[in-house]
Design a protein around this ligand. Structure first.
Ligand SMILES: [Mg+2]
Length: 394
């Protein structure tokens, strides 16, 4: 992960653009070319208390990251399910070239089946852009009925967890399945079955109850940041209130500032405001999502750590008969891909319709292909009478 230093708050930038040496093609064929990116100079006027402040966000790469975090929408060849779609022959050539490095998990399904033989699959799923399409209004990022049905079937056959950047309560409401485990706030808010545990992390757990009233263990490694996150959330709401289309979300242990619906000329204003506020919070850091600025605590915890934690909590760590699979589309999912790649024991699957650098092993193009892949997992389980029953989530 490329960590750039700003004045006081660390910034996690977007993945490096693919270049022609990686793809073996001309840079001009890439659908999200990084060259020549510049912002209009006709930006709205900023408060003048700090003259020349826009230079901050221009020079530190924030604006480039904002623009490259989600490629421009183009007319889709096939459907508009994904926010990132391909549109012409050159894009298709680039995508097909990229597939040589990140082959389709559907085309390679037999490889996964062979590897899963006599092993228990444990399935980790991101939510936005993985189970639900990216939409203009994050409050309306709903799963389809068919997707919910197949996720329920997956959870009946394999231990299954959702690991989302949203608050745990919000993602639970959106998914609506009690059969799953949930980790919200990029893995900083995890509930898992109550049982005696011995690890250092588990000693920091507290007893709680889940949505159905069952006793669970609650692990919140950033709990001390709650007041700070709430404070920053209020400041972000205040500074964006006059920026049309902006939306600020409080995800409990992190805050999102969405600019998907903001006029591009106003992006530097948002970036500069967020940048200025974060100068006062060196214990918070910024990451770039898909047309969203995400702010979270500077702690040694991410989705990769959450995967390791859940595997341990569920009794699946250090076992050679377990095969974790993680499906996600976002930069923050790369931490989980990295863990599985490092352990060389499991598969990361990136959801993307455009070439991206990734630590994943395989790819899926969009949420429809994710659904297709999950359906294949269910068929595999149903065809295999020897699949061990998944433990009850209680
Ligand atoms: Mg996502």
């Amino acid at each position: 992960m490329d960590v750039k230093s700003t004045q006081s708050s660390p910034v996690v930038a977007d993945p490096s653009p693919l270049n022609k040496s990686r793809l073996g093609i001309r840079t001009s064929l890439l659908p999200c070319s990084q060259s020549g990116q510049s912002f209009s100079t006709s930006t709205p006027t900023l408060p003048r208390k700090k003259p020349g402040k826009l230079d901050d966000v221009r020079s530190n790469g924030w604006l480039d990251s904002m623009k490259s975090s989600s490629p421009p929408r183009k007319k889709s060849l096939k459907d508009s399910n994904s926010a990132d779609v391909i549109s012409d022959d050159e894009d298709i050539i680039a995508y097909l070239s990229w597939l040589l490095k990140y082959p389709s998990a559907l085309n390679c399904f037999q490889t996964i089946v062979d590897r899963a033989s006599n092993r228990k699959l444990v399935v980790f799923l991101d939510y936005d852009g993985t189970l639900s399409p990216i939409v203009d209004d994050p409050d309306r990022a709903f799963m389809s009925i068919d997707m919910r049905s197949v996720v329920r079937s997956v959870a009946k056959n394999f231990p299954t967890a959702i690991i989302s950047g949203r608050s745990r309560d919000k993602v639970y409401d959106l998914v609506g399945l009690s059969e799953l485990y949930y980790a919200g706030s990029h893995g900083m808010d995890i509930i898992f079955p109550a049982k005696d545990t011995l690890s250092e992390n588990h000693l920091r757990c507290v007893k709680s109850t889940d949505q159905s009233g069952k006793e669970v263990n609650l692990f919140q490694p950033a709990s001390e940041f709650l007041p700070m996150i709430n404070e920053v959330f209020k400041k972000f709401v205040e500074i964006t209130k006059d920026i049309k289309g902006s939306k600020v979300e409080n995800h409990k242990f992190c805050v999102s500032v969405h600019y998907r619906n903001v006029d591009e000329n106003s992006w530097p204003v948002i970036a500069q405001h967020v940048h200025d506020i974060l100068n006062d919070y060196p214990r918070l850091r910024l990451t770039h999502g898909r047309k969203v600025l995400e702010v979270r605590p500077v702690i040694d915890w991410d989705k990769g750590k959450a995967v390791e934690f859940l595997l341990e909590s569920l009794g699946f760590s250090n076992r050679n008969d377990v095969l974790p699979i993680y499906i996600g589309d976002d930069r923050t999912d790369e931490d989980a891909f990295k863990v599985l790649r490092k352990k060389n024991d499991g598969y990361g699957i990136l959801v993307s319709a455009v070439p991206k650098e990734s630590n994943a092993c395989f790819s899926l193009r969009d949420t429809l292909e994710v659904q297709e892949f999950l359906e294949a997992l269910v068929r595999m389980a149903e065809d295999d009478g020897n699949i061990e029953e998944a433990p009850a989530n209680d």
